[in-house]
Design a protein around this ligand. Structure first.
Ligand code: CA
Length: 514
């Protein structure tokens, strides 16, 4: 039986505001049957555990070629990958907030407007978007967010105001709470009372918080360096309590658990200090994350909810190389901040005992925008996606549930801030714009270091023959040119009826000035 070919295959657009997708009839029928049997057998819809790590690389886990080879064995992640489906072409966006907002809205950054992360109390966030948590709430789900948020500190963008029943975590990003407290990085602040006061008066909350739906975020504790080293442990305990409390209840649930680790600067829990063969804080943090996912999945098993729960494990972007060696491992070109594969190709492990066949690996393309329509499809037959806005994600439920299934996505669109950067179909990637990654003289060059470069002629890379994107294959492979141009034109054309949005940066509207 020949494999399905994404170039030759034709997609179907079922509504003007929905991304066209492949419809593989046999796997759709199989997936529907499996899901109907599940609902009949278990008496409810599946639970969802999204376990999203920060700045962890494609290559960090043993099951992706890292693990013991790079000084941090990950038996927990490796075991989970063996129990389910390991994706080798799972895509985030180039940085934290764009990725998280894309997962929560099913839309690319140029539509939800978070082109880059808001920092130190900057305005801008998820408000005005329809989120995964809102959709699942409308289908009767209990929705819990734990850990890192970073898609808007303003009240209207906080988790309890965009669909989550409860939130326990911090609203921004790890380094913002501690970098200016560490004399190694910011001696000019630590040793100056005036400069310390100046930072403390910036409009960001230095505490992690607890909030209930529609309520105010209440400070739990100021995130000093010693507190930060305990956060992943505390958040794991909170999520464990949530899972235990849901056992035997009739409503299904969404747990969106976002770890602090392994974003720079890493200060591992003392239990994990020097626990890795590498003896480096980044690697020790990976050992802790491996322990945390193992603890959460143990609670699922102990409470009889493992078979009821689809787990998605991923990271929000590639390695942050400007902070090397406090940085992840990727075998691909460049890193976080860029649309080279190193910036956006992330681990993607899906586990659902009895529903997703164990021991699978697939190079089918899936990106974070697919999470919303996929979970919506699993959560309810009639669960309606928004009709007033464009949804870039496609329903991948049949890809996941059919053993050996094919991805329903034809293209991955790479966006670099507000610039369309590249398109992938099958093993080929056409790049129009990218960041330069050959800066000389940078202290620690990475995806944020270079300039935006527009290629006079597009570049074409074969990601199977050349995963490091170092051999432009364009003039040897002109037969692909029109197919790529068509894909790019069709994508950009959707912005005519569904205009882009910008909520970050100088050109965005600043609510503080109105
Ligand atoms: Ca990140």
């Amino acid at each position: 039986m020949p494999r399905f070919d994404p170039f030759a295959g034709r997609t179907v657009r079922v509504a003007e505001n929905l991304e066209p997708s492949f419809v593989h009839d046999e796997q759709v029928a199989l997936a529907r049957r499996k899901l109907a049997e599940f609902v009949a057998r278990r008496g409810k819809r599946p639970n969802f555990l999204i376990f999203l790590m920060d700045d962890v690389g494609w290559g960090d886990f043993g099951c992706y070629g890292g693990g013991v080879a790079v000084g941090a064995p990950t038996p927990g992640f490796d075991r989970l990958a063996a129990q389910g489906l390991r994706l080798t072409s799972c895509y985030s966006e180039p940085t934290c907030s764009p990725s998280r907002a894309t997962m929560l809205t099913g839309r690319v950054p140029h539509r939800h407007g978070l082109h880059r992360p808001p920092m130190y109390g900057e305005p801008g966030g998820l408000s005005g978007e329809v989120t995964l948590a809102q959709l699942l709430s409308s289908a009767g789900y209990v929705t819990q967010a734990v850990g890192k948020w970073h898609v808007g500190e303003n009240a209207a963008s906080q988790p309890q105001n965009v669909g989550f029943d409860d939130f326990y975590g911090f609203l921004s990003v790890s380094d913002m709470y501690t970098e200016w407290r560490d004399p190694h990085y910011f001696p000019e602040v630590v040793y100056s009372e005036a400069r310390t006061e100046w930072i403390k008066n910036m409009p960001f909350n230095r505490c992690f918080v607890h909030a209930k739906k529609g309520g105010e975020a209440v400070n739990v504790e100021e995130v000093t360096i010693p507190v930060l080293s305990l956060l992943d442990d505390k958040w794991c305990a909170y999520s464990s309590d949530f899972i235990r409390a849901r056992a035997g209840r009739k409503e299904p649930w969404l747990l969106y658990h976002c770890t602090r680790g392994a974003h720079f600067d890493n200060y591992p829990h003392e239990k994990f200090l020097a626990s890795s063969p590498a003896k480096h804080p980044y690697k020790d943090t990976l050992i802790e994350l491996d322990d945390i996912i193992s603890r959460l999945t143990a609670v699922l098993r102990e409470t009889g909810q493992a078979e009821d729960t689809l787990i998605f494990i991923s990271s929000d972007n590639g390695p942050h190389m400007e902070t090397w060696p406090d940085a992840a491992f990727t075998p691909f070109r460049c890193s976080k901040g860029s649309t080279w594969e190193g910036g956006v190709r992330v681990p993607g492990i899906l586990v659902w005992p009895g529903m997703i066949e164990a021991g699978q690996a697939s190079d089918g393309i899936m990106n974070f925008s697919d999470i919303l329509p996929t979970l919506a499809a699993l959560a309810g037959d009639g669960l309606q996606l928004p009709t007033d806005r464009y949804i870039d994600g496609v329903d991948q439920s049949s890809f996941l549930l059919a053993p050996g299934g094919d991805s329903n996505r034809k293209y991955h669109y790479y966006w670099l801030m507000q610039h369309f950067s590249a398109l992938r179909c099958g093993e080929y990637k056409m790049m129009l714009r990218s960041t330069s990654d050959d800066e000389a003289g940078a202290w620690a060059p990475g995806g944020f270091t270079g300039v935006l470069q527009e290629h006079a002629y597009a570049k074409l890379y074969n990601l199977y023959l050349d995963p490091k994107e170092s051999h432009n294959y364009m003039t040897r492979k002109l037969a692909y040119m029109e197919a790529f141009q068509l894909g790019i034109r069709s994508h950009l054309a959707t912005f005519k009826k569904y205009p882009p949005k910008k909520v970050m940066g100088l050109a965005a509207a600043d609510p503080r000035q109105t």
